[in-house]
Design a protein around this ligand. Structure first.
Ligand code: M6R
Length: 611
């Protein structure tokens, strides 16, 4: 997602900032910019697209000075244009921002009434205006003006801020988005991620929420948002630059698994207003959805599994008939497109050839098209933006071939879409919507709880790492989770893994069971629990070795089956997102313990852009 680098010292800032941004490129971005201060002037340079575009601009118009801020932006509010790129400047203030300002509409209106005019479509620009106003009241105290301005702001932010009137100060503030201070001799840095400045320092302060860092070339002061000084212990990082990109995790996959609580927060960010869905930031033309009479969800691999869950959400909450198809099948089966038919493509990369072709086919037959996608402005969103639009998952870059955080954020996105459709059609009343949204807010915390079980899941992986085959089975949502768990297992551990709806076992697959077959039984205490337990008994009595995925408080299953993958109790709609985590972690450890290339499994590519 977006990256921040700031510098204050005695060296020219431009090249240091560009170098820092280069090191954050792996995170993905669609525009970049820098601002420096020199002799009372702000040098602001921005460009859409790759960093090279920004570099070209700087060759003709260098940014002078020994203090500066810079940013790579992955657009969320407004297109990836020069105007929307950061830094944003108003008056003496220039700033870069990661995060989302939830009350930006309200602040914007207020500032407009005071005569402010805005150049961009971003929420971030509003902050530059707001801080500049407070600076008028306390022109000698830049930090105080920022603190006062931030009392008006709701949302998530990591900020790096410059004031032409205070060229010897660089200020960083953090609230719910990462920001670190790099400590060096005669110079100091701000960064959203360690790799940006790791070649200059290994000593850091990691800012906590509600902390401000006031940097000069030789000094760092940390305060809270009331201005009270705080003492903090610096940390020393021994990571190599490559390890730093993985934030210290051994593999991107593990990092991305652990990023899921934050990724879900990012999907929800700006889209919910307590008990309402904020329609302005969904990215889709909601009014057209009221005509839809039928929906086909399409995708490949993990995205197809998310679509299977999406069908259940939409049918249950909005009562619209939904079919789900592999994109590769849909495009060649001469599908029946009817009036007011919506074809919704689910894709992390937005470049998957089959999904793209299937959506093109649907569009050519006058279906409405829409996407749930992670990568901004990729081919699928570009196509669907000619019709209903794109609901971005905002999961951040997913680098490991095995999809993890893309899946959970696709589920959250499809759930929000189902809620929206339900509300629009009156199949969901306000009270019910409110209750479900309240539950949704608890999802990041539930995911954190699953992540706490990593060590015990690793132990289960150790017990089964020599397996040649594995079978996963569940019912309801857990049938789909079982399929996704089997996909994860086979693609990275190369263990032959299959999934079956538990009730289907006796119609054929049970013939595979012998005493060498580990079976992962997904048995959560819900309305299908007893039925799943009967299916468990069926395979156990044929000799199967049982691994259970069950509730933390299920003492019965835990005592019978020590190889237990645990999840907390959760609202039924959230079950797929919660239950997939232990299976992702299991697959990861199976592959890692088998000494395999977890992030780049054989024969696979992250984006499948060919048929
Ligand atoms: O980028 P997409 O979501 O369209 O990709 C679809 C599949 O190729 C992808 O989900 C694949 O199955 C993953 N490697 C699974 O982990």
């Amino acid at each position: 997602m977006c990256g921040i680098v700031g510098y204050i010292g005695n060296r020219p800032a431009e090249s240091l900032l560009l170098d820092g941004l280069k090191r954050l490129e792996y995170r993905g971005y669609d525009s970049a910019g820098i601002a420096t201060l020199h002799e009372g002037q702000t040098y602001l340079r921005r460009a859409p697209g790759r960093l090279d575009n920004l570099k070209k601009r700087l060759q003709n118009n260098p940014a002078l000075g020994n203090v500066g801020i810079s940013h790579t932006r992955w657009a969320s509010h407004g297109s990836p244009s020069e105007q929307n790129a950061h830094p944003h400047q108003f008056g003496n203030i220039a700033l870069v921002h990661n995060g989302i300002i939830e009350n930006h509409e309200e602040l914007k209106q207020e500032l407009q009434q005071l005569g402010h005019q805005f150049q961009s479509d971003t929420d971030s620009e509003i902050l530059a205006h707001l801080i500049a106003r407070y600076c008028e009241q306390t022109p000698d105290n830049f930090a105080k003006a920022i603190r006062q301005a931030l009392t008006r702001v709701e949302g998530a932010y990591a900020l790096a801020i410059l004031d032409t009137k205070h060229p010897d100060i660089l200020i960083g503030v953090k609230q719910a988005c990462p920001l670190v201070v790099g400590i060096a001799e005669g110079e100091n840095f701000l960064a959203s991620d360690f790799p940006a400045v790791l070649s200059h320092t290994r000593q850091f302060y990691i800012l906590d929420d509600g902390e401000m860092a006031i940097l000069t070339a030789s000094h760092i002061q940390i305060t809270d948002l009331e201005g009270k000084r705080k003492t903090k212990e610096p940390i020393t990082l021994n990571w190599s630059p490559a390890a730093a990109e993985k934030a210290g995790y051994k593999h991107f996959m593990l990092k991305e698994i652990f990023e899921q609580p934050q990724a879900v927060i990012d999907t929800l960010c700006g889209r919910l207003d307590h008990d309402k869905i904020e329609q302005a930031f969904l990215g889709i033309q909601i009014e057209h959805l009221s005509n839809i009479e039928r929906i086909t969800l399409i995708g490949c691999g993990t995205s197809y599994h998310a679509a299977l869950v999406g069908k259940r959400y939409i049918e249950a909450l909005a009562k619209i008939p939904v079919e789900v198809d592999f994109a590769s099948e849909f495009r060649y089966r001469n599908p029946l497109i009817q009036n007011n038919h919506l074809v919704l493509g689910v894709s992390q990369s937005g470049e998957t050839a089959d999904t793209l072709a299937a959506l093109k086919l649907a569009q050519s037959q006058n279906a409405y098209t829409m996407a749930v996608c992670n990568v901004l402005d990729s081919a699928i969103p570009r196509l669907c933006n000619q019709s209903i639009g794109t609901f971005y998952t905002h999961a951040g870059p997913e680098i490991s071939v095995a999809s993890t955080k893309a899946f959970t954020t696709q589920l959250v996105s499809l759930y929000l879409i189902a809620l929206l459709l339900g509300k629009q059609r009156g199949t969901l009343n306000s009270k019910d919507l409110q209750r479900r949204l309240e539950n949704l807010y608890s999802l990041p915390m539930l995911l954190e709880k699953v992540l706490e079980h990593e060590a015990s899941i690793q132990q289960v992986a150790k017990n089964w790492l020599k397996s040649e085959h594995m079978l996963f089975m569940g019912r309801g949502f857990l049938d789909i989770v079982a399929r996704e768990g089997a996909l994860k297992t086979k693609e990275i551990s190369y263990i032959h893994a299959e999934a079956y709806a538990a009730g289907e076992m006796k119609h054929g697959p049970i013939a595979l069971i012998d005493d060498k077959m580990p079976v992962v039984v997904l048995a959560i205490k819900d309305y299908l629990y007893e039925k799943t337990l009967s299916n468990l008994e069926e395979v156990k009595s044929r000799g199967a070795q049982i691994i259970v995925l069950c509730n933390e408080d299920d003492q019965k299953l835990r005592s019978l089956y020590p190889d237990a993958l645990l999840i907390p109790s959760c609202p039924p709609d959230l079950l797929p997102a919660v239950a997939i985590l232990p299976l992702q972690i299991l697959a990861y450890h199976l592959a890692n313990l088998r000494g395999l290339d977890v992030d780049q499994p054989r024969n696979l590519a992250k984006s499948v852009t060919i048929e």
